[in-house]
Design a binder for this molecule. Structure first.
Ligand code: GAR
Length: 203
């Protein structure tokens, strides 16, 4: 069996990270969080990771260009040798070099039914467009903004009178139940085929 080590990258609150942590603690997800890295030093999610006694690393991105930052990120992750890199509210695009090293092993969650409403404020975009159904998506990450092969999606109804806050909260609840399932799916796939397409590096 492949190792089942998850690196979490986050920039903010960290509720998706905590939902993954809870799924592991409950025994629903057979994996371990090897490290939590944040590009925002005072991210609440990073503080939580510290409180939980996890390897929590602050790697500020301010003022560093993308390629240089992602090299630092790669160097930060390497000692933990993660099987998967899970973006959980990590508000950055990853460089081709980063994605090459973790080909087929970087995942993201997004609060809309992609390919609709990528980017920032997905829930606000959905409300402004007037869709009656939105939701959340877990996908493999490529070089685009919230693009890449879709793993799982969950639909969430938009109600009359919804605000960005009420819709976001309803979607977030589903995010928390969706991400760990997608992680389990990818880990199971990796067990069956440890070298996903494009990944030729020995590990
Ligand atoms: C979540 O809603 C996640 O889907 C979104 O950021 C929030 C992070 O919340 N991600 C994106 O919009 C990615 N484009 P969290 O820090 O509480 O997990």
């Amino acid at each position: 069996m492949m190792p089942r080590k998850i690196a979490i990258l986050l920039s903010g609150r960290g509720s998706n990270f905590l939902a993954i942590h809870d799924a592991i603690a409950r025994g629903d997800l057979n994996a371990g969080i090897c490290c939590v890295v944040s590009n925002v030093p005072d991210a609440a999610g990073l503080a939580k990771a510290r409180e939980l006694g996890l390897n929590a690393v602050s790697l500020p991105s301010r003022g560093i260009e993308r390629t240089g930052y992602d090299r630092l990120l790669l160097a930060t992750l390497r000692p933990f040798s993660p099987t998967l890199v899970c973006l959980a509210g990590f508000m950055r695009i990853l460089s081709p070099e980063f994605l090459r090293e973790y080909a087929g092993r970087v995942m993201n969650i997004h609060p809309a039914l992609l390919p609709s409403f990528p980017g920032l404020h997905a829930q606000r975009q959905a409300l402004q467009y007037g869709v009656k159904v939105s939701g959340c998506t877990v996908h493999l990450v490529d070089e685009g903004v919230d693009t890449g092969p879709i793993l799982l999606q969950r639909a969430v109804e938009v109600f009359e009178g919804d605000t960005e806050e009420t819709l976001s909260a309803r979607i977030l609840k589903q995010e928390h139940d969706l991400y760990w399932r997608a992680i389990a799916m990818v880990l199971d796939r990796l067990d069956r085929n440890p070298s996903p397409a494009g990944d030729t590096a020995p590990r």
